[in-house]
Every structure is written in structure tokens, then in C-alpha cells.
Design a protein around this ligand. Sequence first.
Ligand code: ZN
Ligand code: ZN
Length: 336
Amino acid sequence: MVQRIIERGEIESLDHTALPRLLLPETAATVFTTRATRLRDLADGKVAGIAFNPAMSGYLEFIREVALAQAEIAKSLSNVDLAMPDQQSLNLALDHMMPPLAAQLKRPEIWRTILYQLIDQLADKSKPERAELNVVLTGLRELNDTDLEDQANAVLAQRHEDVNPAQAPFIAAALQVLWTARASRLKQQQVPMLETFTLCPVCGSHPVASLIRIGGQSQGYRYLQCGMCASQWHMVRVKCASCEQNGKISYQGLDRIDAPEPAAAPVNKANDPRKYVRAETCGDCHCYTKIFNQEHDYNAEPFADDLASLTLDILVSEAGYTRGNINPLLWFGETE
Ligand SMILES: [Zn+2]
Ligand SMILES: [Zn+2]
């Protein structure tokens, strides 16, 4: 491991007890390959904390292919492609407490090239069962730049009514590649705290789910994970990730009937698959956000695990709650 030599002046400014408020992605390729590995485990039913649904396997396997393609494309991006903001823009974002890589503002055009690369990698005419997919991909390829930018805006803002639910996952996947790569090039001190905790401080997008982390200074703290750039930012526990109220929060789990009982007496309460995923529901706005607890599964990957735990969404929606934030790779035709 290469360790950075700390300059003299930096030592005094280090606070060893400080909670990291922001965890930026290491590299985009790492994010997507880790996600792909997790998706394989989920597709194979190897994740004890998430009820295995054989009907989901094919879908999760396909999203794994998307993640592998994303990793491949991310590796090919150059510094020029990433079009990182200059010092002046970074300062401006800091001064105004704005996300430095706001995805809703003017986007580097390369994201559309990434989309075409993604389409090329996924279009496989030799597979007859892919006929529907190829129709969707062909339709995407035929959109002009204006339509694509409009779709990107709708996807980022989660404007359900303006999104083509079949095309949106691929638009989101292309945006994820570029924004995850860009976020990995930032330093924490270049990212301001926003006034709201409900949007990503790096790119201004919506969180996809949250994670209680273990290890180091983040032990036991809850982070929201961005659905676009994969950055994680700290948000106190027992607080709604949609409306930031904390008065009517409750939790709903998904007890997997065939989950093995935890070995031995519960001296150490960790590694209990039944406690791995919970929906945090809010009685104020009637929304919910999932919380994955790394204490019960070290390999937690909120984005993939969110897709695979659809059963919990069904349970919680039957109880009258709606998702606070959409998973950008999964859109339904209707919200209700
Ligand atoms: Zn983000
Ligand atoms: Zn709420």
C-alpha cells in the first residue's frame, strides 16, 4: 500500500476523531466491478440477508453485464473526457454551497459517446431472447442529442412522467460511468456541505439507499449513497432521507423464513442476515428509504442490494409507503 507522506502543516489540521462526512468513490472501475461481483452473488442467491427470488436471477445477471460494460468503458476514459472543473468553478461551488459536479447543469458531451459504447456492448443480435432489448437499444440510438439531454434531465430529476421507463436505465448507466469517474477525481475538501442532506453534495443527484458502515471512523454511522456518482455522505440515523423529519420514523424488515439461525448464543449480534436490510419509513411524508447494515453483511453494495431486495419494496408499498428515491436502473411504467 502506498502511503502518502503527510506534510508538516497538515498534521496539526488532522482530527483523528472526525467522522468522514463524505466518502468519494475510489475509482469508477472498482465501483462497477465490485457491483458486478455482488450482482452475481445476488443472482445466485448467495446473499443470506436478501431473500432469494429465482424470478429475479435473469434480471440481476443482466444488470451485472451492464456493470461490467460500465467498468470497461470507465477504464477507457481519459482526463480530457472527464472535463473536471477548473479551480475557479470549484471555488464558486464551495462559496455557494453547490455540488461541484452538478449533473443537472451543462454535461460534458462525452456522456452520449459513453451511452453509444454501452449500447454497442449490450446489443447482441445473436441472442433471440434479447429481441426486446435490441428494440429498446435501437430506439435509444435513434434519439437526437436534444432528446437525449431531455431524457437525461428527466432521469436525474426523477421526473417519472417524462421518462421512457425502458430507455431510462441505459441513460442512467451512461451518466453513472462519467459521474462516478469524475467524483473519484475530487478531493473531499473540494466538496461543500449542502443545506439539504437529501441530495448528493458531489453531483446533486438523489440517493439510492443508505448504508450503516463498519470500520474505522465511520463505525456505526449511516451514509446515503448517490445513485449516480456512488459517493456516500453522512446522514444521522433515524431521519427521513426524503423530508429530513425525524418524528415518525419506523422500520420494516424482511425476515427471510429460511435464513439460518445465527450460530451460538447472540453474544455478538453481528452477522445476522435477518437484520441486514430494513426500510426506514416516515410517517410525515409517507416515503421510505432502505438501510443496509454492513454489520450484518460486510460485502454490502447498496445499489445492487437495492435492486435485489424488491420484495421489501412490495411489502412496504403494501403498507402505504412510496419510495423516496428511485433506483435509476429500475423504472416502472406507473408510479402507483
Ligand atoms: Zn452524486
Ligand atoms: Zn419523510
